[in-house]
Design a protein around this ligand. Structure first.
Ligand code: 0X9
Ligand code: ZN
Length: 304
């Protein structure tokens, strides 16, 4: 069992989900879905209740898109633990839904931030371009690509890349999402920081067609976390509440892969820079965040 006492490496996380598959072969299925630019293995873990039904809708959770947002993969790990290792308590969540978790998307960036304190605040991928390295993966998806809140300059934190899907990591997530097109009831992407629950559209200040449903699910997350810890997440349209940013995975999952509900969860700030809660805080962060994720998933399960 992976404790919450420290931040785990990409290798540790991959080894651990493989072990889960060995231990729970009837309920857990790990798939290698591709490679990062530096050839790290990118994996998804599919969690079922083992009843063999193939027609279920999907709740898709990803984490580790931005390298420095370490609490994001920690939370992805905790979601997996709740569904697999705490199965008896949570099996109702798997009755009519399969959960698919991709715990680390930007594996190269994540390992780079772990390699030295000087690299701790790296955000992007690690593919080199002319003058600088890396693309903001959350500007690299092909829905309204480049519309707003993105940069054409390679050295900027929000560099969108030379063209959509220039990065192997976003290609991998794209293909996973497209393989599930029409089956995703809930796409949840875990980021940090600031404690926001954001929903599409994010490319411009335009409300999505089912904004009522999106708001309803996000509000369920807000309420559950507020009741649990009195923390007040901010809830709203991503572009209006935070800032417009085109080419993000939430809009892509929603508008292209037809996810009914898509939410970017900006986990709470911590540490000196906001992205660096101390390891001793991981437990309380992930436990609180799970309360919100659970409430949102339950809302989706009961209504959508
Ligand atoms: O800017 C981002 O990619 C996300 N914030 S972060 O601080 N984690 O980088 C917010 C993305 C919200 N979604 C869209 N704007 N589509
Ligand atoms: Zn982020």
């Amino acid at each position: 069992r992976l404790g919450t006492d420290c931040y785990r490496s990409h290798g540790e996380i991959n080894d651990w989900i493989e072990e889960l598959q060995q231990k729970y072969p009837e309920r857990v299925f790990v798939k290698q879905v591709g490679f990062s630019y530096e050839h790290r293995e990118l994996k998804t873990i599919t969690i079922t209740n083992g009843d063999g039904r193939k027609d279920k809708k999907v709740i898709f959770v990803d984490s580790g898109m931005h390298a420095r947002e370490w609490i994001s993969p920690s939370t992805g790990i905790y979601v997996i633990q709740q569904l697999v290792e705490n199965f008896e308590e949570n099996k109702a969540l798997l009755e009519n839904f399969d959960w698919i978790v991709m715990p680390i998307i930007n594996a190269d960036g994540y390992e780079y931030t772990r390699s030295s304190p000087a690299n701790r605040m790296w955000r992007k991928t690690r593919q080199p371009y002319k003058t600088c390295t890396g693309v903001d993966p959350n500007r690299n998806f092909d829905f309204m690509y480049g519309f707003a809140g993105t940069s054409t300059l390679t050295c900027m934190e929000t560099y969108r890349g030379p063209q959509p899907f220039s990065e192997p990591e976003t290609v991998v997530l794209r293909d996973v999402l497209l393989s599930l097109k029409g089956k995703i009831s809930f796409y949840l992407t875990l980021h940090s920081h600031g404690a926001y629950l954001l929903y599409p559209y994010g490319y411009d200040r335009i409300l999505a067609p089912n904004t009522n449903e999106l708001e309803d699910v996000a509000q369920a997350g807000f309420n559950a976390i507020y009741n649990y810890s009195k923390r007040e997440y901010q809830v709203g349209n991503a572009a209006i509440l935070l800032y417009p940013a085109a080419g993000a995975s939430d809009d892509y999952a929603y508008a292209v892969a037809d996810a009914r509900i898509a939410i970017t969860m900006e986990l709470p700030s911590g540490g000196k820079k906001g992205f660096d809660p101390p390891p001793s805080d991981i437990k309380s962060y992930v436990e609180e965040s799970w309360v919100g994720i659970l409430a949102m998933a339950k809302k989706v399960i009961e209504k959508y």
